[in-house]
Design a protein around this ligand. Structure first.
Ligand code: AMP
Length: 285
């Protein structure tokens, strides 16, 4: 069922809660692919009712980013959700979420701001304010849907860690379920932004996962020196790859690792043409 208003979602959730049914939430920005679908399948399996939100959240886009051209495919998204057994697709307008005129101004909106330590690195470094926008909208969605479980992909591992931190710090009564990264056969992590890639760029984009798999393979042979592991990546890069970061960070709190170990996650961001792509891998055996 496709719903555009907060009140209507609340009505359904109220009824479900009265009946003692558990509710799962899958927050998305739409243009759904098999990565999103895996989150949805997890929720449908685990929860009595599943809500998928489809909302291209304007306050998590920085100036100059792709807010206007971000793919919007609500009809297909709704079909995918219906076929997967989703109960509600919640697709609000920016006005429904933020009210008229307040969309881009933090003078008029109460924000949820994650700790600086978590956002001054990786994607937060180049996307200033991005995680404020993410935490604010996810908090709003939690308040609207009041889910028992919320499903997030490890594809956006920094986001997942920050959301877990927010839920813990603010005592939000929801269990966060982390879902593994879904990849194409080539290794490329599925992403709505892959739609921006030309055929040749898509082939180039395989380098992200190649670098990560290579690092993990070297770590598995016993190499723990981070510079040595990074060196294995540089030989795979060429002039078409604009590396933004390749970092080894703690799985739980994003602190920098001195040596690779079982709690290390390797994060990469790289631009191919105008398309910025991210990926990551856990070094856990
Ligand atoms: P987005 O629509 O890009 O905001 O993503 C919505 C959710 O889907 C987030 O929790 C993402 O981490 C997750 N997601 C996106 N791509 C993948 C993927 N390839 N594998 C697993 N989860 C994903």
């Amino acid at each position: 069922m496709l719903i555009h208003t907060i009140d209507e979602v609340r009505e359904h959730v109220k009824k479900w809660k009265k009946e003692g049914l558990s509710v799962g939430l899958v927050p998305t920005m739409g243009a759904l692919h098999d990565g999103h679908k895996s989150l949805i399948v997890n929720s449908v399996e685990k929860c009595d009712k599943t809500v998928v939100s489809v909302f291209v959240n304007p306050i998590q886009f920085c100036p100059g980013e792709d807010l206007d051209k971000y793919p919007r495919t609500l009809e297909e998204d709704n079909n995918l959700c219906e076929n997967a057994g989703v109960d509600i697709v919640f697709a609000p307008s920016p006005k429904e979420m933020y009210g008229e005129g307040h969309i881009l101004s933090n003078d008029f909106l109460t924000y949820v701001i994650p700790p600086y330590f978590y956002v001054d690195k990786l994607c937060g470094k180049s996307r200033v304010g991005h995680f404020d926008g993410v935490c604010t909208v996810v908090n709003k969605l939690f308040n609207i849907v009041q889910p028992d479980f919320a499903f997030f992909g490890q594809k956006d591992a920094q986001q997942l860690i920050i959301i877990k931190k927010m839920v813990n710090d603010l005592n939000i009564p929801v269990e966060i379920v982390a879902c593994p990264i879904v990849r194409e056969k080539s290794g490329l992590a599925l992403s709505s932004r892959n739609k921006y890639l030309s055929c040749t760029e898509k082939e180039e984009a395989v380098v992200l996962s190649k670098i990560l798999f290579n690092i993990k393979a070297c770590y598995n042979t016993g190499i723990v020196d981070i510079e040595a592991l990074k060196d294995t990546a540089y030989s795979l890069l060429n002039e078409n790859h604009d590396l933004e970061y390749l970092e080894f960070r703690d799985e739980n709190d994003l602190s920098e690792k001195e040596k690779a170990d079982e709690n290390t996650r390797v994060f990469i961001a790289l631009k191919i043409g105008n398309v910025r792509l991210i990926d990551n891998i856990s070094l856990k055996h």
